[in-house]
Design a protein around this ligand. Structure first.
Ligand SMILES: Cc1cc2nc3c(=O)[nH]c(=O)nc-3n(C[C@H](O)[C@H](O)[C@H](O)COP(=O)(O)OP(=O)(O)OC[C@H]3O[C@@H](n4cnc5c(N)ncnc54)[C@H](O)[C@@H]3O)c2cc1C
Length: 420
């Protein structure tokens, strides 16, 4: 099954290398010399690992992966951990299988991209590249909520690897003590739009099982669950399964947090809480701006994912600013695609000319509604040369056990594909 998901994207690659990479094969230091071209991948998450996996095939390039964490933690399926249905180990994996590929893994954070010198800079070294792949994920826009930065430790977002533990602590406390647990959903674009609803659902299921006294208030900055194709099944789950646990308030802007009073100042008035998981608006990490690659999100060209500012640099995953969904599945497939693109450039292949519709990386998302049931969200995307991408959503009408099982097998397949 997983094989089928990957091959759909591979089909695109053949056509998608078409646009705009002719110039570079002549411009990179190592191409044509004796040393192998150096490809540096920054970010050992969904996009970066997709790139690494395909780059090593054939042994044509030297691959360096730079990632500060010494292990991988998945955001997909992490709601099962956050809500207490699974231990942390369920969503954590070591990088052993990646190391076995024979790449160089640097456990550091990139502090600067020096594009003029084609180097990335960490606290201890400068690492040169012929091609750079950035898959950095997201950063939270804390400044949007007054007082949030001071309250960060008590109000963790938990939408990045290893931050979920702090949310789990809030959940464990709430399930024992009860009270009001606020979860918020920001305006898009943000990482995995169904995720705030999914968290609310699984927390509500635990409330039912444990008899927790209290409620979840879901504050949505949007007028309905977003993107619109998921609204119906999400609203249906809310009213049919969790009427007694979840109060859903729409078009609410959170403006400030007062931790002394444990209250949120919102566009619709004060919302008191005992626990909260505020999912903040998001943007690309600051490194993208520092490197002159974009503002809120990296400016890229589709279908190649090359930075508009620099043909040597690719930006994939959630940090890139195309209309493609901010999903791990898309990130992974984009990683595979840019790797194949780089290998073709290294081989000196002339760029094909795109004449018709080009398929873009596909997305698969799952919104768990109960421990065993989920809503499946499939997104395909395509574009005509020079036009904006068109997205097509196929979404379950109602949550169901088939999609619940599908979510687990999809996650296992993806973790294996990424980490071996
Ligand atoms: C709760 C939740 C549920 C989700 N469910 C799904 C789902 O069902 N299906 C799906 O497809 N997607 C899902 N997603 C979305 C998915 O997690 C993201 O789209 C995916 O992680 C994006 O991949 P990425 O490579 O851009 O970022 P990440 O996977 O976050 O990887 C970024 C990596 O870059 C590293 N990094 C950052 N800055 C630097 C730096 N300066 N130097 C070196 N390394 C750096 C980070 O440490 C991190 O490891 C979900 C997300 C959440 C939060």
């Amino acid at each position: 099954m997983a094989q089928e998901w990957f091959s759909r994207t591979r089909r695109r690659v053949v056509q998608g290398t078409a646009l705009g990479w002719a110039a570079l094969a002549t411009g990179c230091a190592a191409v044509g010399g004796t040393a192998k071209p150096r490809v540096v991948v920054v970010g050992g998450g969904w996009g970066g690992l997709g790139a690494v996996r395909s780059l090593v095939e054939g042994g044509k390039v030297d691959v360096t992966l730079i990632e500060p964490n010494d292990a991988f933690m998945s955001c997909p399926m992490s709601a099962l951990y956050v809500a207490g249905f699974q231990p942390a180990s369920y969503v954590q994996r070591s990088y052993q299988g990646v190391d076995a590929l024979g790449i160089r893994r640097v456990r550091e954070r990139v502090l600067e991209v020096d594009r003029a010198k084609s180097q990335v800079v960490t606290a201890t070294q400068r690492i040169g590249y012929d091609f750079l792949v950035l898959s950095l994920g997201v950063e939270y826009m804390e400044e949007g909520i007054q007082g949030y930065a001071q309250a960060r430790a008590q109000l963790p977002v938990g939408f990045r690897a290893f931050e979920q533990q702090a949310v789990r602590q809030q959940v464990d406390e709430f399930l024992v003590k009860g009270g009001t647990f606020v979860i918020s959903a920001p305006k898009p674009p943000y990482r995995c739009p169904p995720a705030p609803y999914e968290r609310a659902f699984l927390l509500a299921e635990q409330m039912k099982r444990k008899g927790t006294k209290g409620k979840i208030i879901l504050l949505d900055a949007n007028s309905q669950p977003t993107p619109p194709p998921i609204a119906k099944p999400i609203l249906n789950a809310m009213s049919s399964v969790y009427k007694g646990q979840i109060e859903y308030l729409t078009s609410v802007d959170i403006r400030a947090v007062d931790m002394g009073q444990r209250s949120l100042h919102t566009s619709e008035g004060e919302v008191p809480f005992q626990h909260a998981n505020l999912v903040l608006p998001m943007r690309a990490p600051a490194l993208i701006r520092q490197a002159g690659l974009g503002e809120r999100w990296a400016a890229i060209k589709l279908p190649s994912f090359q930075a508009q500012a620099d043909a040597q640099v690719y930006v994939i995953g959630d940090a890139q600013g195309s209309p493609l969904p901010k999903s791990g599945h898309v990130a992974f497939n984009a990683g595979k695609q840019v790797a194949e693109d780089i290998l073709e450039r290294v081989a000196g292949k002339a760029p094909a000319v795109a004449t018709g519709t080009v398929d873009l990386p596909t997305g698969i998302c799952w919104a768990k509604v109960t421990e065993k049931e989920a809503i499946n969200i499939n997104v395909t995307a395509s574009m005509e040369p020079g036009q904006a991408p068109k997205l097509k959503f196929t979404v379950d009408e109602v949550h169901n056990a088939r999609s619940g099982a599908g979510a687990s097998s999809w996650a296992n397949g993806m973790w294996k594909a990424m980490l071996g």
